[in-house]
Design a protein around this ligand. Sequence first.
Ligand SMILES: CC(C)(COP(=O)(O)OP(=O)(O)OC[C@H]1O[C@@H](n2cnc3c(N)ncnc32)[C@H](O)[C@@H]1OP(=O)(O)O)[C@@H](O)C(=O)NCCC(=O)NCCS
Length: 437
Amino acid sequence: MDTSDYARWFRDSTPYISRHRNSTFVVLLDGAAFNSANLANIVHDLALVHVLGARLVLVHGARPQLDRNLTDSVFHQGRRITRPADLPAITGTYGELRSRLEAMFSTGLPSSPLHQTDIAVISGNFITAQPLGIVDGVDHELTGATRKVHTRRLRLALDSGALVLLSPIGYSPSGQAFNLASDELATDVALALGADKLVIFNPAEALTGDNGERLSVMSPSELDTYLSQQSGADVNHLHCALRACRGGVKNTQLIGYEKDGALLNELYTAKGDGTQITESLHDLIRPARQEDVASIVEIIRPLEDQGILVRRSRDRLEQEIGHFLVAEIDSTVVGCCAVYPYENAAELACVVVHPSYRDRLTDEGSGQLSIGSALLEAAEAAARTASAQNLFALTTQTRDWFLENGFIDNTPDALPAPKQALYNYQRNSRVMIKPLD
Ligand SMILES: CC(C)(COP(=O)(O)OP(=O)(O)OC[C@H]1O[C@@H](n2cnc3c(N)ncnc32)[C@H](O)[C@@H]1OP(=O)(O)O)[C@@H](O)C(=O)NCCC(=O)NCCS
């Protein structure tokens, strides 16, 4: 990255820095991440996110470490049965991992990115646990589940400016320790705190579609369908993501722990990283259907009459409806856009918001978003799914809006060849391009 790229990246991240300040993120760090060469980068990135004002609760797992230390463990439906004799090895393993993370957050050497950041890390009895009990006739002994998350205690710790670090262990009112599943604990904490985001560090970078393409955004019901098609795979994290979204966590993000910078990409760039599971953006924006054609015509005709949009016949709209996305509020189509993929690029066309809904913020997706920007975000996700590296638009009167949304002026010869051939020099539209990488 040269200096100007760096400056641009830094500037572009400003809205995200503001948006995330004082937001609460619960982050699950899979036990396998401790074996990754990228662990130090993850800790540095978490420290940076903390310094930029987000409130972080970090929950760590320890499955590979426990597998190594407890070679004769018995499992039921993927869950370890915790025998009382195993508990010292389990608490010892958790203590070791927690201490490793605390040590990494405490590194203050001048050569370290954590130099002069001085982060307080707090752990403690933030959870009351209960035994899981007997499931399918199998006694789970000291394997437990969350009985209560002490949100007041957690908030006080976060208010004090500390990062909260939780091991998957909880105590019953009688003082008995219970071994918990880290992903379930992270989900319970995110739900109890009403977290803005649950971030799950996974072995895989993202969920992928049939052709191996990254699925950048998914609704909970799409994730549900995806899960029903997975047989035998380790999908506990995904079930947790689904439970978090359905329980009201606006945004759950699956990112890869092997990928350097995945957390920063996810939080501070429009492109994001991994797979985002969110209900609200999907509630607002959805693919158009044939029965939406009449509503789309109603929204775009006045702009066609003014010459702002190129006229499309109703027949053409019906044929191209598969390229359209619509914004819908209270069962009414209030906006639309179309995404036409080309080789390596995609065209964003026909972005229109109904006049009564323009310049209006909705509390959707990952924060406050206008309908125009929600359409743009969904269009970018669709373009990425089609492996586009650029999104381009031709505009005569809306240049500033595109500029404000990350597009850059360009010339017709930057367009994909088939589009160049159709470029109408008389209309003299401006060519605006937004790099998606
Ligand atoms: C462009 C449009 C989709 C934005 O929708 P929105 O939900 O209002 O989205 P945003 O909140 O992101 O944009 C609003 C801002 O863009 C500005 N804006 C809207 N149209 C603009 C234009 N033609 N030129 C410059 N700025 C424009 C608004 O003044 C507002 O600015 P503000 O934030 O300083 O108040 C919507 O204004 C619209 O439908 N415009 C008419 C259709 C159009 O021009 N489409 C582009 C075809 S190429």
